[in-house]
Design a protein around this ligand. Structure first.
Ligand code: GLU
Length: 448
């Protein structure tokens, strides 16, 4: 066996032995190492420096208890995490997820992906992620506030504008960030740069809310244009109905495509007239309702229970914006049958390894999340810059910067895939381009 292949295999075996139960983390590592062998062949010094094992082990993991009181006066206990994965390129940066599924494996997989995503943005941010198994669904505002205050009471000692800058993710939006920021400020005084995704009046950036969704669509648009295609008259399916999905739908419509379906964890809606994103926004963000309610406002639409990827309609572009592992090999085969020519991931790791193999076999365009959804964290980094300068940029300025960052990421990913003799393989392109900057940065700083 080649030295590079053996080094990668041996390193994976060590990881597997250390954390055999961390299914999602192992999956993310497997996806990553599946494409980086050519780099180790070209750079034997990386093997000598054992850079892969260093990169796969988080710098630090913080786990803590979050006691809080519900509206009935009962004491509840949740578990909190912050994984400070890699600071070679700057302060740890990445969101907080509040969802019942959150555990160390999930936070580690998200933190691992975040390192390379953040590196691809070209901005000075390291990689981290955190969250809790708290479920905000069905909780009152006061309960969410008390939970966030308790969460931050512990987390505050581990974060800071130049140290670690959390933001939102699933279950953590403007409401939660507001409460988290309030508690941080109560304990440490005002330091806007400690969190991003803040409401604008608390020092948030215009355009941050829209950034992940818009960014996925900008990336997809560049990718389509490169093959002589565009969103014009394309039918699009967007999974999810949260912050990423909502603004992806809006942007697809702006660029001339039609989103025919979107979903939540119970089912999906199909609207032959195109999904009205303002209704979704009202239902999900204001009323905190289920998506099935959409049909009350749009009588031509239908609601179906089950996975959106079982949809029996023809469409050309799939934008998975819900959650990890929502698409398996069978779902991916169905997509191809329905006419899909491009998949771009707004969510983190929504396609499992079988699904990715199906896309690659069918030779459709496939943009992995760490490249396609980097727009959110990129605008978070712009928010950090604005906070440091005590300035705020206009929506148009931020949006323009976002589009140009997404274009640069696309070009870098595409060109890296070509350099490594796998043109069109954006998994290889994203992983290698993200990896190179981190590896060089780590090596130049010595063992720390
Ligand atoms: N949670 C988002 C992501 O997956 C954004 C992180 C951030 O803005 O720091 O990239």
């Amino acid at each position: 066996m080649q030295e590079a292949a053996k080094y990668i295999e041996d390193t994976y075996a060590k990881i597997l032995k250390r954390d055999p139960d961390q299914i999602e983390f192992l999956q993310a590592v497997k996806e990553f190492i599946g494409s980086i062998e050519p780099v180790f062949t070209a750079h034997p010094e990386f093997i000598q420096q054992n850079i892969l094992e260093q990169m796969i082990e988080p710098e630090r993991i913080i786990q803590f208890r979050i006691p809080w009181m519900n509206d009935q006066g009962e004491t509840k206990v949740n578990r909190g995490f912050r994984v400070q994965f890699n600071s070679a390129n700057g302060p740890y940066k990445g969101g907080l997820r509040f969802h019942t599924s959150v555990n160390q494996s999930i936070v580690k997989f998200l933190g691992f992906e975040q390192i390379f995503k953040n590196s691809l943005t070209g901005l000075p941010i390291g990689g981290g992620k955190g969250g809790s198994d708290f479920d905000p669904k069905g909780k009152s505002d006061n309960e969410v506030m008390r939970f966030c205050q308790s969460f931050m009471t512990e987390l505050q000692q581990h974060i800071g504008p130049d140290l670690d800058v959390p933001a939102g993710d699933i279950g953590v939006g403007a409401r939660e960030i507001g409460y988290l920021y309030g508690q941080y400020k109560r304990l440490n005084g005002s330091k806007a740069g400690v969190l991003t995704g803040k409401p604008v009046f608390l020092g948030g950036s215009l355009g941050r809310t829209e950034a992940t969704g818009y960014g996925v669509v900008y990336f997809t648009d560049k990718m389509l244009q490169d093959t002589g295609e565009s969103f014009k008259n394309k039918k699009v399916v967007v999974s999810g109905s949260g912050n990423v999905a909502i603004y992806a739908i809006q942007k697809v419509h702006e660029l001339g495509g039609k989103v025919i379906a979107c979903s939540d964890s119970d089912g999906y809606i199909w609207d032959p007239d195109g999904i009205d994103y303002t209704t979704i926004k009202q239902l999900k963000e204001v009323e905190r309702e289920r998506i099935s309610e959409y049909v009350q406002y749009h009588p031509k639409a239908y609601y179906y229970e089950g996975s959106i990827w079982d949809i029996e309609k023809e469409y050309q572009v799939a934008l998975p914006c819900a959650t990890q592992n929502e698409i398996d090999g069978e779902n991916a085969k169905k997509m191809i049958e329905k006419g899909v020519i491009a998949v771009a991931e707004g969510a983190n790791m929504p396609s499992n390894l079988d699904a990715i193999a199906v896309y690659q076999e069918a030779q459709i365009l496939y943009a992995p999340g760490k490249a396609a959804n980097a727009g959110g964290v990129a605008v978070s980094a712009l928010e950090m810059s604005q906070n440091s300068q005590r300035l705020s940029w206009s929506f148009e300025e931020v949006d323009e910067k976002l589009e140009s960052i997404m274009e640069s990421i696309y070009i870098e990913v595409r060109d890296t895939a070509k350099t490594y003799h796998m043109p069109g393989n954006f998994v290889v392109g994203a992983n290698i381009a993200g990896f190179m900057k981190i590896a060089q940065s780590m090596i130049s700083q010595g063992l720390v």
